[in-house]
Design a protein around this ligand. Structure first.
Ligand code: NAD
Length: 359
């Protein structure tokens, strides 16, 4: 049976890298029924909205979407693509693997980390009060009547919100991912020594959940120490799970360690479905020129294969990408030692080489 997947090419280089990904995934022999839908500026131009209802309906129906990057129009008043998709499917887990590929210029060797970031809670839940507003005044008054420590009446406030349920499902997600993908260790990252109630709750729940997975090792690290350890001995770590803000920062740190955006895939996974997308943007200056590196989008496709339970096909795709990059011949300009190298190939030719390397 073919997998029904909503395919959203997006803007800029999106359609080119998405087409490369589609061809590679189909070459694994897995069958897909792609439902093409507009998203981003392309949708704005054709349908008058960045996130058309038809696109949302399709993702709700298929429960699996894969997208290219979208261009964010400057200015306000636009319906946010990511927020809309996230809300529609309650995408609570942001999954960002960071793996060293031989042949990609990077400052670190042997990095193979999975960052699992909670996507809906923490300081990013969006509960904020601006300095000097009457709302902030009321909140500060309430806090000061209850707390021995006082908040400055002129403070701006952002609420850090962590729930037991939100912590439990993200940590369970990390353990389930570890189990399904033959990973050995889950590390919970937190600052529970200082934020005893919020991060303390996250850590306590993580320790409880870990008991349910005796086949997978568990430890925890305080976030500042984690940063230092990641740059000193990344090979000691495997799957990292953490609240929203730390995940935002550490996932970029890990992407930087492996050589940046061109090779960094990503996924947003939720209770009602999942949407897969590379970390990079739409690189408008390269749109339509067949020069963009398709690696991140293809590795994003491999993540989707894993989500669908097609682990062998995912490993074949990742292996083929690794071989093509290591050989360094049929790769895009950004993967050549010299960016002006005339032997650099286009997006489509790099996809051809990956297909040939699937074996
Ligand atoms: P960008 O990722 O598009 O570009 C950053 C740099 O990396 C540029 O030099 C670009 O040319 C290069 N680059 C990116 N992807 C590449 C690839 N696959 N191959 C070769 N080179 C690549 O980031 P930006 O310039 O900050 O943003 C451009 C647009 O993309 C903006 O509208 C931004 O809002 C949007 N954006 C979208 C997403 C998303 O849809 N998830 C993510 C980030 C940025």
């Amino acid at each position: 049976m073919a997998y029904a997947v909503t395919l959203m090419p997006g803007d800029g280089i999106g359609p080119e890298v998405v087409e490369a990904m589609r061809r590679v995934l189909e070459a694994t022999g897995i069958a897909f029924e792609w439902d093409y839908q507009d998203l981003g500026l392309t949708a704005q131009e054709k349908q008058g909205t960045l996130l058309p209802d038809a696109t949302l309906e399709s993702v709700k129906r298929t429960k699996v979407g894969i997208k290219g990057p979208t261009t964010t129009p400057v200015g306000t008043g636009f319906r946010s693509v990511n927020v809309g998709l996230r809300q529609a499917l309650e995408l609570y887990a942001n999954l960002r693997p960071a793996k060293t590929y031989e042949g990609v210029r990077a400052n670190f060797d042997n990095v193979d980390l999975i960052v699992v970031r909670e996507n809906l809670e923490d300081l990013y839940a969006g509960v904020e009060f601006d300095t000097g507003t009457s709302e902030a005044g009321l909140v500060i008054e309430a806090i000061n009547s209850q707390s021995a420590k006082k908040v400055d009446p002129k403070a701006a406030i952002t609420i850090k919100m962590i729930t037991e349920e939100g912590s439990r499902r993200i940590v369970k997600f990390a353990f389930e991912y570890a189990r399904a993908n033959r990973r050995k260790l889950v590390t919970a990252v937190h600052k529970a020594n200082i934020m005893k109630f919020t991060d303390g709750l996250f850590l306590r729940v993580a320790q409880e959940v870990a008991q349910e997975y005796p086949d997978i090792e568990f430890n925890d690290r305080i976030v500042d120490n984690m940063c230092m350890q990641l740059v000193q001995k990344p090979d000691l770590y495997d799957v990292l799970v953490m609240p929203n803000l730390y995940g935002d920062i550490l996932s970029d740190l890990c992407s930087g360690m492996i050589g940046g955006l061109g090779v960094a895939p990503g996924a947003n996974i939720g209770a009602e479905g999942a949407v897969f997308e590379p970390i990079h943007g739409s690189a408008p200056k390269y749109a339509g020129q067949n020069v963009a590196n398709p690696t991140a989008e293809i590795l994003t496709g491999a993540l989707m294969l894993r989500h669908l339970g097609e682990i062998d096909a995912a490993e074949r795709v990742e292996g083929a990408v690794a071989r093509v990059i290591a050989e360094g011949k049929d790769v895009t300009y950004d993967l050549k030692p010299n960016r002006d190298d005339p032997t650099a190939v286009g997006t489509d030719k790099m996809a051809d080489a990956i297909i040939a390397a699937l074996g």
